[in-house]
Write a protein that binds this ligand. Sequence first.
Ligand SMILES: [Zn+2]
Length: 232
Amino acid sequence: MGGLLKTTSRSESENNYFDKFTNHHCSLVEFIMQYNRAIEEQRHNQAKLNADCEGSTPEPKTPLGMERQAAALYTINIFYEFQKEIWAGSFTCKITNKTLEDENRRYIVHETGAKLFEVTHQEATHKTECSCNKFNRVGILCKHVLAIFKDEGIEEIPGHYIVPRWTRDASARPMYDIVLKGSPNTQGGNELKSIANQLWNEFYNCLGLENGSERNGSNDNNAAAKWEVKER
Ligand SMILES: [Zn+2]
């Protein structure tokens, strides 16, 4: 949800965090020491989350290959969300109608205790749309789509439905050191370089959030690759 926070919420949250470590009586030296402690604590928390993720082998609840793939791919919390969906898709969803229209298959899925959901599936590309719209909202496939994937014997999550921000290596990001043409040796060149680096970081943060989302019916999953080519 980080990307959806307003700038003020984000800076308030940072303020609140650093307030625990500093106060307005701190000398400059004390402030720097406390600031370093705060950063160390954040790194420690991040390392702990990574260790929790790497050290855990969640128990599968279905024999499906897609669940095993998700366990290796997603962070542990996202995996548990996905597991709920795949379990429900296997045991609480029933396909009650199946029709073929052009290249699309249209399914009606009945979920126990809920209403009917309509799912379309393009066989050639494995692109799907479900009336519950869960994937577009949270970036995880819904039980209805997973039910029809199971019915069709699809054993892997199609690449365009793997949202990078939910994967274990989401925080691994390249470092950028862009040199602006004509500016490195001039006064203020370093400042410009630093601004350019910040812009690139922001740009890649946005790209990371967008990547994997569908827009205007076209899939932009390869956006990062395209931009990398342009950058070179
Ligand atoms: Zn759905």
